[in-house]
Design a protein around this ligand. Structure first.
Ligand code: ADP
Ligand code: NA
Length: 345
């Protein structure tokens, strides 16, 4: 067997939400716990990606720590998985430049995320010329950085949420272009998506749950207290029918809540099965059940997280980051030696 290398990343833009967890992070832990001894795992806090939108330095520094603490609190073991800040491994940026020189502008400009930024303001009206001029190059080219993140570690498997699948396709295109120009040195990654492909917003079940959404009630953050969870679930947008049924087409709000409960359900019941189980409840009673289930399933995480942040007075997270950066640099350097040689440096 060829050696398996698993890589993924998360932006330090606040404590991760339930969408991040169910769509990606949970899978990272599963992969770690089922990996054979020859599998290499790398999980990165991708701070270079975070600055495609301007950040406050103090806030960014704090968020980096919070996200690293989150990764450990969900069950990633820094002695098994390489946990590191992307900016501490310079080869990510170096390979990005190299890939930029064979990547296609046309392909990049067709990316949905870019197209939505280009054509729409938050209120969905088209951008004027002045606003277009304010769009930054890094926001356009960050899929190339994402491709470099993956390739620099010769990743074979990349566990991400479904919203990333177009970027992963672009990454494979980067491999093809580079290998065509310089020889077969880069490895084509396979995408792994989790069963929870897209977790939707609590305030609009047609939009994905996201860190960038202005309404904090739209997402459950992993550190939310039982009271905060209850408040958010109770105010989740449903419809005027005060009954429980699974009907994603006509009742997206309540169906989204049933999907959430299904992801937490230990006996693995589908949203539609749960819809029948709770069909005798009104929405308020059902929301209570969901918020209790959420509080319960996040309680171990919350305790772990606060323990790690408290221990951080002793600089535990710095220690993890330094150790991770050293291993990640070694991993990246193995690839960069081949790449520089192939190019003629
Ligand atoms: P965000 O999209 O909230 O800014 P990131 O871009 O840092 O978060 O994404 C980290 C991981 O979480 C990615 O693999 C992404 O696909 C996944 N993810 C983010 N939001 C969701 C969601 N609502 N449902 C499923 N997966 C998601
Ligand atoms: Na995302």
């Amino acid at each position: 067997d060829a050696k398996q290398v698993i890589f993924s990343g998360i932006q330090p833009t606040g404590v991760p939400h339930l969408g991040n967890y169910l769509g990606a992070l949970q899978q990272w832990v599963r992969l770690q716990n089922s990996a054979g001894p020859s599998t290499k795992l790398l999980y990165s806090v991708v701070d270079l990606h975070a600055i495609t939108v301007q950040q406050d330095p103090k806030q960014l520094r704090q968020w980096r720590r919070e996200v690293l603490a989150t990764l450990i609190a969900i069950g990633l073991n820094p002695d098994r998985s390489i946990l590191f800040y992307q900016s501490s491994v310079q080869a990510h940026a170096e390979l990005m430049w190299i890939l930029s020189c064979t990547a296609s502008m046309g392909y990049l400009s067709r990316m949905t995320q870019w197209k939505s930024k280009l054509s729409l303001k938050d209120d969905a009206s088209p951008l004027d010329t002045g606003s277009k001029a304010k769009l930054k190059l890094g926001l356009f080219s960050y899929p190339v950085l994402q491709a470099a993140d993956i390739m620099v570690h010769r990743a074979t498997h990349v566990p991400v949420g479904e919203d990333q699948s177009q970027h992963l396709e672009f990454a494979r295109e980067c491999v093809t272009n580079f290998n065509h120009a310089y020889g077969p040195h880069l490895v084509e990654p396979t995408t792994i998506t989790s069963p929870a492909k897209r977790v939707m917003s609590l305030q609009d079940a047609r939009q994905k749950m996201s860190k960038s959404h202005p309404d904090p009630r739209s997402r459950i953050v992993l550190t939310d207290t039982p009271n905060e969870i209850k408040r958010k679930v109770m105010s989740a947008l449903t419809d005027s029918t005060n009954a429980v049924s699974y009907d994603p087409e006509n009742r997206p709000g309540v169906s989204n809540l049933l999907e959430l409960l299904s992801h937490l359900d230990e006996s693995g019941r589908t949203p539609s099965e749960l819809g029948s189980v709770y069909s005798n409840l009104n929405l308020k009673e059902f929301k209570t059940i969901l918020s209790d289930a959420l509080s319960e399933s996040l309680s171990t995480f919350r305790d772990q997280y606060h323990k790690i942040m408290a221990e951080d007075e002793g600089r535990y997270l710095d220690h993890v980051a330094i150790k991770g950066a050293k291993k990640a640099r070694e991993s990246a350097e193995e690839t960069m030696v081949l790449v520089r040689e192939a190019i003629g440096f």
